[in-house]
Write a protein that binds this ligand. Structure first.
Ligand code: ADP
Length: 516
């Protein structure tokens, strides 16, 4: 159904006023949810990264503390200006492992890092395959020039593995609640990995989501600490929340869209129905008024004897007959339509001879056709198989088709009526050379109240009931209406009825009742 001007306005108002804002709000809701979720995710990753840095720092402090302990005595010697040998001896005291001396000439092969006070060094061998770490003190000669370093080789693997738990407890113990109180450090998984991402040590199993990580430097260069919650919260909560939220918003959007579409359809339909109703009433009144006025005029003329010849009076009498027939047909149509709609039209079926029905109908109609200047070609066989049906109803269908053939013809006023038997069916067809119907409108013409917006239809009156009535009556007879047409060429409407075989029931009892 095509919306009228007012209908189009309603479509625009509902579309722009309801559907569009709903869509915009839904899109905004999804956008905000995604933004919040990505903020939670990045915040969460930042927390993890922060925790990882805490652990990294913890390792460095731990190593420094170890070194300090080992060099405590030697530091005093160094500050007192003792010789390198005395410092080395002091280094040996209190440690189980013998300190090693690395001469200055070899120190260039080490990457040295001054950690705190001048004498402490961490170094790593850059050439060797093991990238061993060295920790100790700088040794100077009598003039204060650095001659080398004294200290121990440190295995970073061992150290990191051995101290992870302690560092964790010390560094993260106070952070019982992180992520804004959602998580506790007790629920954090911390792992140390080497440059090949091989796991060295781990505290608790991580959840399978992104890690916040921190790379280590100095003596632990090449290693990294990764931190992630042991459960998926809060990232996974954020994701789940986003999923639910997006689904919920989309569903709401769909519901609003559906409701708007439904409301629109309903409103447009109601508006269209209101329009159809009012145009139906005006069409019908016009159709009723025209023959009544003509009849009244003719009767007045005859009464007042305002005709000049007997032929003229004959003309007025024919006009009265023709218009009465037209009026009768219209009233029949309206009454039958109302009964069919209400499911109250009862057909009295009997075996009907279509040749007879067509002949009788044409006899009564011929005058009208000739008056309007139509030529009528009739192609009727002598005999046709009988059809189960109501002769009057079939005649009514034929009259409607003839009426349309007349109404929708322009200058080529040629009508052909034919009846034939084909297979197990009997057909009556009415052809005209009129305005024709476009292929896309072929099925629509059978809908009630439908009048095509083309050609002559504005000049010709009608209520849009005829073909709908024909279709319903023929279907109540177990048949169908076929139509072939070409725009500007003409149309052929064919009523197809099933033929009766052998001795069918011949009662005149009501046989068919239409459903509403
Ligand atoms: P109406 O009272 O308008 O004639 P109908 O139900 O009989 O109503 O026909 C519906 C519409 O189908 C008509 O308004 C017209 O547009 C189209 N139509 C019907 N018969 C013909 C025909 N023979 N040629 C062209 N158009 C036709």
């Amino acid at each position: 159904m095509k919306p009228s001007g007012f209908g189009q306005r309603i479509v625009v108002i509902l579309g722009l006023g309801v559907a569009l804002p709903a869509l915009v709000l839904a899109a905004l809701g999804v956008f905000l949810t995604l933004r919040i979720s990505s903020a939670v995710e990045s915040q969460s990753l930042r927390y993890d990264h922060y925790m990882a840095q805490q652990v990294v720092e913890g390792f460095e402090q731990e190593l420094l503390a170890h070194l300090r302990e080992a060099v405590a005595g030697a530091e005093i010697e160094a500050r007192n200006g003792s010789s390198s040998q005395a410092i080395l001896t002091a280094l040996a005291q209190g440690t189980r492992e013998e300190p090693q001396f690395v001469p200055l000439s070899e120190l260039s092969d080490y990457l040295l890092l001054v950690v705190e006070s001048q004498p402490l060094v961490y170094g790593q061998e850059v050439r060797g395959p093991h990238r061993a770490r060295f920790a100790g003190m700088m040794l100077r000669d009598g003039q204060g020039e650095i001659v080398g370093a004294g200290g121990w080789w440190v295995d970073p693997h061992d150290f990191l593995e051995k101290h992870l738990q302690g560092v964790m407890e010390e560094r993260l113990a106070s952070n019982t609640r992180i992520y804004g109180g959602i998580e506790s450090t007790r629920n954090l998984s911390v792992s140390v990995i080497d440059a090949d991402a091989t796991l060295l040590a781990k505290v608790r199993e991580p959840a399978s989501i992104e890690y916040g990580s921190a790379l280590m430097e100095g003596p632990f260069e090449g290693f990294a600490v990764r931190v992630s919650p042991i459960s998926n919260a809060p990232v996974s909560w954020a994701r789940r929340f986003v999923l639910i939220e997006v689904a919920f918003i989309s569903l709401m959007g769909l519901v609003i869209l559906g409701a708007t579409a439904f409301g629109l359809r309903y409103t447009v339909r109601q508006l269209e129905l209101a329009r159809i109703k009012s145009s139906f009433v005006s069409n019908v009144s016009h159709e009723l008024k025209t023959p009544i006025s003509l009849i009244r005029l003719a009767v007045e003329t005859l009464e007042m004897r305002r005709f000049t010849s007997p032929e003229e009076s004959e003309k007025f009498i024919r006009l009265i007959g023709r218009e009465t027939q037209r009026l009768n047909q219209l009233v029949d149509n309206i009454l039958d339509f109302a009964r069919l709609e209400a499911g109250q039209r009862v057909f009295k079926f009997s075996d009907v001879d279509l040749v007879e029905v067509v002949r009788e109908t044409l006899d009564s109609y011929r005058l009208r056709l000739e008056d309007q200047g139509f030529s009528l070609a009739v192609d009727l066989p002598d005999h046709l198989p009988a059809v189960r049906g109501e002769a009057n109803a079939i005649a009514q269908c034929l009259l409607n088709l003839l009426d349309n053939a007349m109404k929708y013809s322009r200058t080529r006023k040629e009508i052909r009526v034919a009846a034939a038997a084909r297979n197990d069916e009997v057909t009556i067809s009415v052809s005209d050379r009129g305005i024709g119907i476009s292929p896309r409108d072929l099925r629509r013409v059978f809908e009630k109240f439908v009048r095509l917006e083309t050609g002559l239809v504005h000049d010709v009156k009608g209520a849009g009931l005829g073909l709908s009535l024909v279709d319903q009556i023929v279907r109540a007879h177990g048949g169908r209406v076929e139509v072939t047409s070409a725009l500007g060429e003409g149309s052929t409407f064919t009523l197809v009825f099933p033929a009766v075989h052998g001795e069918g029931a011949k009662s005149d009892e009501p046989q068919a009742r239409t459903a509403s």
